[in-house]
Design a protein around this ligand. Structure first.
Ligand SMILES: [Zn+2]
Length: 402
């Protein structure tokens, strides 16, 4: 048998950098295996080879964590608004398949398996604490039976729901990480990042931070506020960050889902690998040791984290065999003006053009300003009706003209 791998907390306690993985639903949507809208992970059952391949690419790029592809795999999400997965496949099967794939690929390198839960439609529909906890507990049963290495509660807009998730995940006795998809202004109930971090730590989270919804620089600001909150409360909790790979300086409180380009026209905003170098260095300097990515993060972005932090970690990832550091591989190019780009100063200073002369550089977020408790956020099992859609189209037109 192979020697046991160092646990997540042993790694973080000894100051090691843990590199997370990137965004699964966004990457697999573009490849034709996930539907934008529900964003549910039935591909783990329907197309396991696609999920396995993406895990392998992240592993090769330097990821130390294979997060089970169980985002939005709670039973209530798998039957929300006409979703067929709960009835035709079952939540248990999706969660089990995702665990098996993550474990298989983690075994091919130095990676741990993390079982993940995320926010639920039940919470948005104002269901009770015990009802929401029952939903998390069902996923946890699978993670426990599959013996994942640790657990992540990620993508929560309300710290209250994340606290409930952490409390359930702690029942397993395994280490728990918790990340909110919030910006510097706090969660959607107005709880500040510092207070959110303290609440999550008190709920039992060993690692806290943010994921998704905002670009790296915004997420770094949020994590800094979390760090200050934890320090003021004298709590020792590890920090984690998994931002978007999209530039979002124009986002409001609700993050990138409020941008008019979400989700089908975000391409002009994609981070370059050089943007990721800067992010990885700043995250490290802030004291964050669990550094990864969320939506938009492709394997080459994760490789950029591993390359930037190679001096600290002492090694490069496998995928760097096909990537000269800071463009150095271009010294093999046939054209002399491209060979002239085989250096760090060139790429570090470049301001990439978007190539879209008639496009604005920033957008106006939708800012409908609704969250849990508002009638528009109530979820339903039935498919969205034509009439319901028509009302939304009208509302959108009115909002645009204000
Ligand atoms: Zn995301």
């Amino acid at each position: 048998m192979a020697p046991a791998k160092k646990s997540i907390l042993d790694r973080l306690n000894s100051g090691e950098v843990v590199i997370g993985d990137g965004g699964f639903v966004f990457a697999l949507e573009k490849r034709g295996y996930v539907k934008a809208g529900p964003w549910t992970p039935e591909a783990a059952v329907e197309h396991p080879e696609a999920v396995r391949q993406l895990h392998r690419e992240f592993l090769r790029a330097g990821s130390n964590v294979m997060q089970t592809f169980t985002f939005y795999a709670s039973d209530d999400k798998l039957e929300n608004r006409g979703n067929y997965v709960a009835e035709k496949i079952s939540g248990r099967k999706v969660n089990e398949a995702a665990c098996d794939i993550a474990r298989e690929v983690a075994g091919e390198g130095d990676a741990l398996v993390a079982g993940g839960v995320s926010q639920t439609p039940s919470y948005l529909s104002c269901k009770s604490e015990s009802e929401v906890k029952t939903i998390f507990r069902k996923q946890l049963e699978v993670f426990t039976s599959k013996n994942v290495d640790f657990l992540i509660a990620e993508y929560f807009e309300h710290v209250e729901e994340a606290q409930w998730a952490v409390q359930v995940l702690k029942e397993s006795g395994k280490p728990v990480a918790a990340t909110l998809c919030i910006g510097p202004t706090g969660d959607l109930n107005g709880v500040s990042p510092g207070d959110c971090a303290v609440k999550l730590g008190k709920a039992g989270a060993d690692i806290v931070g943010v994921n998704c919804h905002f670009d790296p620089m915004t997420c770094l600001k949020t994590v800094k506020l979390m760090k200050e909150g934890l320090e003021a409360a004298k709590m020792k909790v590890h920090l984690m960050i998994q931002p978007l790979a999209y530039h979002t300086p124009d986002c409001g409180h609700q993050g990138f889902i409020d941008l008019p380009e979400f989700p089908f026209a975000l391409e002009p905003r994609v981070l370059s690998r050089w943007d990721v170098h800067k992010y990885a260095r700043e995250a490290y300097n802030l004291g964050v040791r669990y550094i990864g990515g969320c939506c938009g993060f492709e394997p080459y972005h994760i490789r950029a984290i591993a390359e930037e932090l190679a001096p600290e970690r002492g090694f490069l990832p496998q995928a760097s065999e096909k990537h000269g550091s800071w463009g150095s591989g271009l010294d093999m190019h046939t054209k002399p003006w491209v060979r002239a780009r085989a250096r760090k100063e060139y790429w570090e200073k470049l301001s990439p053009a978007s190539g879209r002369p008639f496009c604005p550089s920033l957008s106006h977020p939708d800012s409908w300003g609704v969250t849990k408790g508002h009638a528009d956020l109530l979820q339903q099992k039935e498919a969205t009706s034509e009439e319901q859609l028509k009302q939304l189209f009208t509302k959108q037109k009115e909002k645009c003209c204000v």
